[in-house]
Design a protein around this ligand. Structure first.
Ligand SMILES: Cc1cc2nc3c(=O)[nH]c(=O)nc-3n(C[C@H](O)[C@H](O)[C@H](O)COP(=O)(O)OP(=O)(O)OC[C@H]3O[C@@H](n4cnc5c(N)ncnc54)[C@H](O)[C@@H]3O)c2cc1C
Length: 431
């Protein structure tokens, strides 16, 4: 009998897991509460970066000194809503502890590098299989700094990246502006990471992957999964919309909404949402002909945001807001991103035409140590956790899907999964 696996959530992690499970000969049913790749998913609205070099977890040594600013400045690049502080305090303590020393940052970096190392190539293969290869570009990513000293101030991150095998090209002002002429002249130093890539429409990409999985035999059910039925230590069914979906295995890939399901599978895990925003400028049809748009994805150090040329237009994404799953969006944060666009690309028309702008808020599924949970659940090895990919879920989903399929079919995972073990949080403040 073919093993039947129910995958809960059809964001990028669930979509890739479905394809890889089918490739491993499993029978697959995807259970998704919204449209695949729809606006409810983090996978829809990210910056599209397939940044195989994004190995530095968000917390760095000394970050604790900035916590009062995070609470007092509701519009800073990282903000914590005062009312949510008591609830998030334990997560925050673990978050700060995970980046307390350079050694801890380095340990996580090596683990993330194994997950990310060939992400652009893996995504290119997946997109080709799904018939959407042009959505994946492999032309590198650019980091722009006002001065070389700003790059040097980021020294820990680049030093650790180098130790994990990341290589890059440093660009003086002329070379930087030759590579990306749309950049503001105040950026005088750049770093080009050639191995990285980007996705030109993350929502459409996820939709195409799910359509491909269905064409390969996966079933798809539009419903909210609410729990599991275990009998004698084995999974018998996933509960969704008041009914039981009989199955032999399940994958929890519900992004920032995975915590309650993980608890029902025996694991109380510190999953939090780091809310983020994007603004997309429809182009070129909405902009005057003379508007100068960037051709490469760019991360600018002084705005802490990533701007990416996409199929639909120019997207800027960023901001971290710790306020839980339920609080209403603070659209002022998206307006800050919009204003950054004009500061980064002076060739855009100011003000940007209101009709060309679209705003979005979504939930990064974040573990405090910046590493996802990939591994068996405590209740039964029939349930696999695959969530908590934080800032790098699009890029790292390609390898995650392969690992999920390897766990489901009892094969040895292709990388060491110890750093992603969901049970690592059983030890207080372990890093
Ligand atoms: C502003 C921003 C910028 C980002 N930029 C990047 C980037 O450039 N590169 C990168 O790699 N990552 C980036 N990320 C992170 C990345 O988007 C996420 O890590 C990734 O999308 C998480 O994918 P996921 O499949 O785990 O979750 P999601 O995409 O959120 O998908 C989870 C799915 O599960 C469904 N679901 C939830 N609960 C249930 C349930 N009970 N039953 C059924 N279905 C359910 C949801 O409807 C949803 O569709 C960014 C995130 C944000 C917010």
């Amino acid at each position: 009998m073919t093993r039947h696996v129910v995958i809960i959530g059809a964001g990028i992690v669930g979509a890739v897991s479905a394809i890889e499970a089918l490739r491993s000969g499993l029978r697959v049913t995807l259970v998704e509460a919204g449209p695949a790749g729809g606006e409810q998913a983090a996978s829809y609205g990210n910056a599209g970066w397939l940044s195989s070099h994004s190995v530095i977890a968000p917390a760095e040594p000394g970050l604790w000194k900035k916590v009062p600013g995070f609470v007092l400045d509701p519009l800073g690049p990282l903000a914590i809503r005062m009312r949510y502080l008591p609830q998030v305090a334990p997560w925050l303590m673990r978050y700060l502890a995970s980046g307390w020393t350079e050694a801890r940052v380095e340990k996580t970096a090596h683990a993330l590098r194994a997950l990310l190392v060939d992400a652009p190539a893996l995504h290119h293969d997946l997109a080709s299989a799904a018939g959407v290869a042009p959505l994946i570009e492999r032309r590198g990513l650019l980091h722009a700094y006002p001065a070389r000293s700003d790059f040097e101030a980021d020294g820990l991150a680049w030093r650790v990246r180098h130790k994990t095998g990341v290589r890059w090209q440093e660009l003086q002002a002329d070379a930087l502006h030759a590579l990306e002429p749309a950049l503001h002249p105040r950026y005088q130093f750049g770093v080009w990471v050639g191995e990285a890539g980007h996705c030109r429409n993350p929502g459409a990409y996820v939709g195409a992957l799910v359509a491909h999985a269905c064409a390969q035999g996966a079933a798809s059910i539009c419903a909210q999964a609410t729990g599991f039925r275990f009998e004698s230590g084995r999974l018998r069914a996933v509960r969704a919309a008041g009914a039981d979906i009989g199955c032999d295995a399940a994958v929890i890939a519900a992004g920032a909404h995975s915590r309650a399901l993980a608890a029902l599978a025996g694991d109380l895990l510190p999953l939090e949402t780091e809310r983020g925003y994007h603004v997309i400028v429809d182009a070129p049809q909405m902009l005057p002909e003379r508007a100068q748009l960037p051709q490469l994805p760019v991360m600018v150090s002084d705005c802490k945001a990533g701007a990416t040329p996409m199929e639909r237009g120019l997207r800027i994404a960023g901001q971290v807001e710790i306020a839980g799953l339920k609080a209403a969006p603070n659209w002022r944060r998206a307006e800050i991103l919009r204003d950054h666009l004009l500061r980064i690309f002076p060739g855009l028309p100011a003000p940007l035409p209101a009709a060309s702008l679209h705003y979005w808020m979504g939930h990064r599924p974040s573990m405090p140590d910046g590493r996802p949970c990939i591994g068996y659940a405590s209740a039964a090895r029939d349930v696999v956790h695959a969530f908590g990919h934080g800032h790098i879920g699009l890029a790292s989903a390609a390898r995650t899907g392969r690992l999920v399929a390897q766990l489901l079919s009892g094969r040895t995972p292709e990388i060491d999964l110890a750093p992603f073990d969901p049970r690592r949080f059983a030890r207080p403040f372990a890093a």
